[in-house]
Design a protein around this ligand. Structure first.
Ligand code: PMP
Length: 359
């Protein structure tokens, strides 16, 4: 029989959590298109696959705990010192470790809503109280309202840019004003999971902000533009002292040797160039899809990421079912809207037919 109940009470904050709902999985050969998890539709580069195969021969040993080579390569890539880089099992777990490093019980963690669904979960697990500030009607962070909502208990503000799932990115001027207004004891986490897809010139250089503000942390990932979602590698860029704290809070040996080597190989100049060409192709597809949707009469938030957002409200569940029936897996947020990832051109064409039928 399956053991069910336990005599040990769960922490109330954890018992109350909604489950993190992953995008549905696609059975091989089903013919369905998976546009539900903002993944990169391209398979790994041959050079990266070779490195993965080689690294697989060493999995009887623990990996380099601090991923020294990868950390060095990331530091070079972003123009900071290795002491400012912490890698982890996807940027989502790095976020968890960031919160565990600074949050005391009863502290507030603030973020826009709707935003990345892991935020309420990680805030609760860290023992924080979530404070949410609605995004504007066009899916943007309302940074003045967020600055106004800071209290003496605010410990962390999460800024997701581009915002998952609505799409817009925060602009340099508004973020500069926000950083000037927020007390320096409040950590501002800039989550740039989709940075490489941004083409808006008004989006600031987060590393420059990190250099100028000792209360800024930047999160980035190899899951999206670099196409390594299945290997789980992300990182934080942080002031040295904070980076050291995040490292202390991290899961020991959390990034496998295979993941470390694959991420490292993706930063090699040739691979990097090829991967960024693919990103350019995805951005071109995004622009094509957005234009086609506008032609269909949709008014959508301005996406700077590899997905588009449909604020469908109460129609969300029905429209998602129709998409699934048409062989397109999308990501519904019940009562609110549907996020659709940009995939290969064929997938996007198939989705455009669904979107036309939605109208
Ligand atoms: N931040 C945002 C805004 C995301 O959308 C995601 C992925 N859905 C992540 C972080 C986490 O990505 P990963 O853990 O794969 O690095």
């Amino acid at each position: 029989t399956t053991p069910e109940n336990t005599t040990v009470p769960l922490r109330a904050a954890v018992a109350a959590l909604p489950a993190y709902v992953p995008g549905a999985r696609v059975a091989p050969g089903s013919g369905a298109w998976k546009l539900s998890s903002n993944e990169n539709p391209y398979p790994p580069l041959e050079s990266v696959r070779e490195v993965i195969a080689r690294a697989s021969g060493e999995v009887n040993r623990y990996p380099d705990m601090y991923a020294t080579e990868l950390v060095g390569a990331i530091a070079d890539h972003v123009g900071l010192a290795p002491a400012n880089v912490v890698v982890g099992t996807g940027s989502v777990s790095v976020l968890g470790h960031v919160l565990q490093t600074v949050v005391e019980p009863g502290d507030e963690v603030m973020y826009a809503w709707r935003s990345f669904e892991a935020y309420p979960i990680y805030a609760a697990v860290a023992g924080a109280t979530s404070v949410t500030v609605p995004v504007t009607a066009d899916g943007r962070h309302d940074l003045p309202a967020m600055a106004a909502a800071v209290t003496p208990r605010t410990k962390v503000v999460l800024v997701c840019t581009p915002n998952n799932p609505t799409g817009p990115a925060v602009h340099a001027g508004e973020l500069a004003t926000f950083l000037a207004e927020v007390p320096r004891e409040v950590l501002v986490v800039i989550d740039e999971a989709y940075l490489e897809f941004v083409r808006d010139p008004e989006v600031p250089d987060a590393v420059a902000l990190l250099r100028a503000h000792p209360n800024v942390v930047v999160l980035r990932t190899f899951s999206k533009a670099y196409g390594l979602a299945g290997l789980r590698v992300g990182y934080a860029l942080a002031p040295t002292e904070l980076a050291s704290g995040i490292r202390s809070a991290s899961t020991p040996f959390g990034v496998s040797g295979i993941a470390q080597q694959a991420a490292l190989a993706s930063l090699a100049p040739g691979a990097q160039a090829e991967l960024m060409e693919r990103v350019d192709a995805l951005v071109a597809e995004r622009n094509r899809v957005v234009e086609a949707l506008r032609d269909q009469g949709w008014e959508l938030p301005e996406t700077q990421a590899n997905f588009v957002w449909f604020g469908l409200g109460d129609a969300t569940t029905d429209r998602a079912r129709e998409a699934t029936e048409a062989g397109i897996l999308v990501r519904p947020f019940a009562g609110d809207g549907i996020r659709v990832s940009i995939g290969e051109p064929e997938a996007n064409d198939a989705f455009l037919k669904v979107a036309a039928a939605w109208r």
